[in-house]
Design a protein around this ligand. Structure first.
Ligand SMILES: [Zn+2]
Length: 306
């Protein structure tokens, strides 16, 4: 009988849901509001979506912007107070009688790329998110590393940003995680804006910076050059450390494929193994990597247990 997964991609304001069957990609996507501040309403919303299906799903798979405390199994979800510091999987299983798997959204992205996207055929895939900030996930042999937590592959946090880039001093900016010098502060869309302001004293939206870079305007060209110099070294070290042979990139900033190509050109000379083809590449797993990756994790869990 077909194995049916109800996949959720849960954000602070909306929930996307879709069904995936027998290892396939998720189908039609439905959208719902997130009851972000009410735990009972949050659980009832997910359980209600499951109950409304014509066939009871065999598993529920959830992608969200949080991590699971590996010791307590409780969620750390800053943008959804309703489920922060709760055991969402246990609560939802108790309510629905359906097994639940939960993974970090960057991890789901990495799995989606490994199974359905640019990472197909690669043993080790380091999926990176260049969005407002920076995230990442690591997949080996099609399987997520650290499925229980969500911390592996998080290259965005840790005080490792170079303090010299493009020939000038760059300060260690304070990060939301409590440290300073995290790549999250300089490598995402807010980061490139922060760099531009630091270099030129005038704030500019990341899209405008990239448009000006494309037009070869001096200030933006300088910003992007410093940006590339800042992130290329740390990203090359991630490639050396993980053995990844492909780095699919997703998120809003990664939608700028010319910027990705420039990142790829900056990173490849710095890795120990010199790749003679693109290494940092656009994501190719479709518009819903969270839904696809979460479902793929549920299918893998099913295959493991049967
Ligand atoms: Zn940080």
């Amino acid at each position: 009988m077909a194995f049916c997964v109800l996949s959720f991609d849960i954000g602070g304001t909306s929930i996307r849901a879709a069904i995936a069957v027998d290892g396939g990609a998720p189908g039609e996507v439905s959208r719902f509001d997130t009851p972000a501040h009410d735990r009972e309403a949050f659980l009832a919303r997910l359980a209600g979506i499951a109950a409304d299906l014509s066939q009871k799903p065999d598993a529920i798979a959830i992608s969200l912007a949080g991590v699971v405390d590996p010791e307590t199994e409780r969620m750390i979800v800053a943008n959804i107070p309703a489920i922060h510091d709760t055991d969402l999987a246990a609560d939802l299983e108790a309510l629905t009688g359906i097994p639940v798997v939960i993974a970090n959204d960057a991890d789901c992205f990495a799995v989606a790329e490994a199974v359905f996207g640019a990472g197909r055929g690669h043993e080790i895939v380091f999926g990176i998110i260049l969005g407002t900030g920076v995230g990442g996930g690591l997949v080996s042999g099609g399987r997520l590393i650290n499925a229980g937590g969500g911390f592996a592959g998080e290259w965005g946090h840790g005080p490792i940003a170079p303090t010299m880039a493009g020939g000038i001093a760059i300060p260690h900016f304070a990060c939301g995680c409590g440290l300073s010098g995290c790549l999250d502060t300089v490598a995402g869309a807010r980061g490139i804006e922060r760099l531009h302001t630091h270099l030129h004293g005038a704030p500019l939206d990341s899209r405008a910076i990239l448009d000006a870079w494309r037009a070869a305007e001096v200030a933006a060209t300088r910003t992007v050059s410093v940006y590339l110099d800042l992130i290329a070294g740390p990203l090359a070290v991630c490639v050396n450390l993980t053995g990844a042979t492909i780095v699919p990139a997703g998120g809003g900033l990664a939608g700028a494929h010319d910027l990705l190509a420039a990142i790829d050109e900056a990173v490849r000379p710095l890795t120990l193994w010199k790749f003679d083809r693109p290494l940092v590449v656009p994501a190719a797993s479709g518009a819903e990597p969270g839904l696809a990756g979460a479902a793929a994790i549920a299918f893998q869990k099913q295959a493991q247990s049967s």
